[in-house]
Design a protein around this ligand. Structure first.
Ligand SMILES: *[C@@H]1O[C@H](CO)[C@@H](O)[C@H](O)[C@H]1NC(C)=O
Length: 98
């Protein structure tokens, strides 16, 4: 009996979380300006290892150094502009693309 009540409570809390999430996304979508927090949480890949770009580094060089593929590198660095790579910039060299 007690266990069933706990399950019911957990279920209610779960529903509250789902409803809040739905409300948040509805509000975010109804705004004309995109909600950056929401969009990033949904689309951003997770990065496990970052690399500090040094002078002379190129995306191609980094891809080779870390034995990655260009596709994988691009997928974990979706907003990276390799034409404008600069010394001191952080790029992701290991992670999970969504
Ligand atoms: C990348 O950077 C270069 C040089 O600053 C710029 O000309 C180009 O428009 C940028 N590309 C994108 C997709 O932002």
């Amino acid at each position: 009996m007690a266990k069933a009540n706990i399950n019911k409570l957990a279920m209610s809390l779960y529903m509250v979380v789902i409803v809040s999430f739905l409300l948040t996304s509805t509000i975010a979508e109804s705004r004309s300006t995109p909600s950056i927090g929401f969009a990033v949480a949904k689309a951003a890949p997770s990065c496990d290892t970052v690399f500090g770009v040094r002078s002379g580094d190129t995306c191609f060089g980094i891809v080779q150094t870390f034995k990655l593929t260009t596709e994988f590198f691009d997928s974990i660095n979706p907003n990276l502009n390799c034409t404008a790579l600069f010394s001191g910039q952080w790029v992701c060299v290991d992670g999970t693309a969504n």
